[in-house]
Design a protein. Structure first.
Length: 315
């Protein structure tokens, strides 16, 4: 590969830095098998030139892409699907059944994100969402398998981060494309102890019990690696899973402790900062101030998601 934002992983897999938000924050994946291809996650509209550049650099025709597979329809994963599909005449979108309508008519998806981010940020980070023709959208089902030129891709429903989330198992590499179900792991936090990972409770469908069960389902396949959208391939899966479960418990505990706190959002942000700082310090990260700065967006969104869960749980 001649493109600096594409990392070959072997076995026909390529990791693409979508350029969203900052370098090494948001990844899409390209699977290539016998001249046919599939994308898993797309980033935003502004990521589409990079995705198309990757297939061009590999010498693949645009009609060699059979599938575009968002793990879920949050915009950092699926915001570019509609625009990308305009350049891929043979591709079908494979999406969780609860997300399919948002690919066909993204207006409600856009309005939901607009309420979280505001108009200026939407235009700067995401652009106008493009619809996909209904006949080009196929809903997945739990335990469904799709073949990419004979290479099986196995889907399971993985709620917890979002109810419209599925993960994709690649038997060839014994790895899961996890979207946000298996959390966030940024490479700048790698130390001699390995990778560090944290859950994401982004609004609006965080459900800790469901997330724990989804992680257990991923582990049942005895994966050798996980392909995270945020960010990249990680190994040492059992240790990371334990760290995720530990932090889910900690996040639930601090949420319940602060359920009725005055200025609850600020209290949640502060408590999450303290939780992650202690985790990172234990992991051997040296520059904790810089680390927390890099996590500022994730902490803000986790606090919002925890608050929505607390209020829903109260009802």
């Amino acid at each position: 590969m001649s493109l600096p934002y594409v990392l070959p992983l072997g076995d026909g897999l390529f990791q693409i830095d979508t350029g969203f938000h900052r370098d090494h924050f948001d990844a899409a994946y390209l699977i290539v098998e016998q001249g046919r291809a599939a994308f898993v996650d797309t980033g935003t509209n502004f990521s589409v030139p990079r995705l198309l550049g990757a297939i061009d650099d590999l010498g693949l025709a645009r009609d060699a892409v059979d599938f575009v597979i968002p793990t879920h329809v949050h915009l950092d994963h699926a915001g570019g699907v509609g625009l990308l599909m305009q350049s891929l005449p043979a591709a079908t979108v494979l999406v969780h059944p609860q997300g399919a309508r948002h690919m066909i008519d993204p207006s409600a998806l856009y309005k939901g994100a607009l309420a979280v981010y505001g108009q200026t940020e939407m235009e700067r980070q995401y652009g106008q969402l493009q619809p996909v023709a209904a006949e080009r959208v196929r809903s997945t089902a739990d335990a469904m398998t799709v073949a990419l030129a004979g290479r099986p891709l196995y889907f399971i429903a993985t709620p917890g981060h979002a109810r419209h989330h599925h993960c994709i198992w690649d038997e060839r590499t014994r790895g899961w494309f996890t979207g946000d179900t298996f959390g966030l792991s940024y490479r700048e936090f790698d130390t001699a102890a390995g990778a560090w990972i944290m859950p994401t409770s982004t609004p609006v469908q965080f459900e800790p019990d469901a997330l724990r069960q989804s992680i257990d389902r991923l582990l049942a396949q005895q994966p050798q690696q996980m392909y995270l959208t945020h960010y990249g391939r990680v190994r040492d899966v059992p240790r990371l899973a334990g760290l995720l479960q530990e932090q889910i418990d900690a996040m639930v505990a601090l949420g319940e402790r602060l359920r009725d706190a005055p200025q609850r959002h600020d209290a949640l942000v502060t408590a999450l900062q303290q939780l992650y700082q202690a985790q990172l310090q234990r992991h051997g990260v040296v520059d904790l101030d810089d680390a927390l700065q890099n996590l500022a967006l994730d902490i803000e969104l986790n606090a919002q998601g925890l608050a929505i869960w607390l209020d829903r749980d109260k009802r």
